[in-house]
Design a protein around this ligand. Structure first.
Ligand code: GLY
Ligand code: MN
Ligand code: MN
Length: 453
């Protein structure tokens, strides 16, 4: 999308955030919402800093992700104020003068030293809901001014509503999906060329035009058995011999918004593992189609267990009906994580368990502790759908020692174990009608580009 398109969508986004802020402040009994962008963190006993990560409550308002020491002040009925730190600094690149589609909507005050912010923050600190981390306080953590108080009533409201993306945010996520799928295609090509995990990851970063500190999470680039480690991030320097399979879970960022995409490939396109990938892919598409208003996300998770258990049976791994596999925990041995999560400003977006915008928690179903979203879907919610089927030694050993050991065929498991596992992950937006699959849309658009393989 073009900058003009973003400029057209942005005012409605800002208006919605101002409406949410006004209601959140009312509920908390405050006059101002104050949001520090955050500060640089240092390694223990060292003067080396960690990569700066912006406060998500800050980047929700405007696409600034590299500006430590800045502040936002939202006062209902007034133009939002941005206190923008452009420090005197010859060690680092100083943030450039603000520009872009959002600038005209803010009163911008440039400061040169971090503590000058005090002159431009509201007079009465006690009337402020301040959202951020303790070390954003101006001065010492303990005695500093404008130390974040993170009022629960304010956060409950904002976090709950963060789930509903504005059209501007959907475009941002679309932008992330475009660069993410471009990088995924490059990674697949590197895999097909026989590269190592390390080199596939380099190919991914080159195509994404992003380095590790910009990506929304650590890339999972796993060949063969490594696909069975859910968050495998080792990046082996040498390719195994033979290469059988490839699982890649990797995203990109776009103006602070994330994408989160997983694909699995096999070298033998006529083999059983490829057939299993195709079966998971077909089941995943049906799950994506369940992302509809009024559907309980927990239902999608439990249906995914039944679908995976059905695939296990079709491939001669499980000997029991899918309902039995779900009931006695066999499906969880092979699918030991949640079906997905909310996504947007954070790869695992906040508010996944929120019962209402006044707090409360919707519990996970018994036996499914890793599900990160238990809400009922509604238009505007963006979620991932990421079923998996893995051969994890630790979980298989427990199954073998337990009362359901005879419910599976161990010879069949031994045949699939060298392939690690399968995960297929898309990002899907719930609408008033059919779901919008940002990932499939971006893969299709990329394939249609001139020169696409
Ligand atoms: N990449 C982490 C996840 O899929 O949730
Ligand atoms: Mn995910
Ligand atoms: Mn993922």
């Amino acid at each position: 999308m073009t900058t003009q398109e973003l400029a057209m969508l942005y005012p409605q986004h800002l208006c919605e955030l101002e409406r949410r802020a006004a209601e959140a402040l009312e509920r908390g009994g405050f006059d101002h919402l104050v949001v520090p962008s955050g500060t640089v963190h240092y390694q223990v006993f060292d003067d080396r800093d960690y990569p700066y990560v912006v406060n998500p409550q800050f980047k929700a308002w405007l696409p600034l992700t590299r500006n430590p020491g800045s502040w936002l002040v939202i006062t209902p009925g007034k133009k939002p104020r941005l206190i923008y730190l452009q420090p005197f600094d010859y060690w680092h690149v100083v943030p450039q003068t603000p520009e872009g589609w959002w600038v005209e909507h803010f009163e911008i005050v440039v400061i040169r030293k971090w503590d000058e912010a005090l002159q431009h923050l509201p007079q009465s600190e006690a009337r402020c809901a301040i959202l951020g981390e303790p070390q954003s306080a101006l001065g010492d953590d303990a005695t500093g001014r404008f130390k974040p108080n993170n009022p629960p009533a304010v956060l409950d409201y904002l976090d709950y509503h963060r789930a509903f993306k504005t059209p501007y945010e959907v475009e941002m996520m679309r932008g992330a999906s475009r660069s993410g799928t471009r990088a995924h295609r490059a990674a697949e090509a590197a895999f097909r060329a026989g590269k190592s995990e390390f080199d596939i990851n380099l190919a991914y970063a080159a195509a994404a035009r992003q380095d590790a500190s910009e990506l929304p999470y650590g890339n999972i680039v796993a060949l063969n058995e490594h696909g069975a480690v859910l968050h495998y991030t080792e990046l082996a320097r040498e390719a195994p011999d033979p290469v059988r399979s490839f699982l890649i879970d990797a995203g990109t960022s776009f103006h602070g918004y994330a994408c989160d995409i997983t694909r699995t490939y096999a070298t033998d396109s006529g083999g059983e593992f490829q057939a299993m990938i195709d079966a998971v892919d077909a089941a995943q598409l049906k799950m994506c189609d369940q992302v509809r208003a009024g559907t309980d996300y927990t239902r999608i998770h439990l249906d995914a267990h039944l679908a995976i258990a059905g695939i296990l049976k079709d491939f001669g791994i499980s000997k029991v009906a899918p309902e039995t596999a779900l009931e006695n925990g066999i499906s969880s041995v092979f699918f030991p994580h949640g079906i997905g999560h909310g996504i947007g400003l954070q790869v695992h977006d906040v508010g996944g368990f929120a019962e209402s915008d006044r707090g409360g928690r919707i519990a996970n179903p018994d036996g499914h502790p890793f599900l990160r979203l238990t809400r009922t879907l509604a238009p505007g919610m963006a979620v991932t759908i990421e079923p998996g089927l893995y051969f994890v030694d630790l979980l298989l050993d427990k199954l073998r020692q337990g009362e359901h050991a005879d419910a599976v065929d161990w010879d069949r498991i031994a045949q699939f174990k060298p392939y690690g596992g399968i995960r297929i992950e898309d990002e899907v937006v719930c609408t008033d009608g059919a779901p919008l699959n940002l990932t499939r849309e971006a893969f299709a658009a990329g394939a249609a580009e001139p020169g696409a393989a």
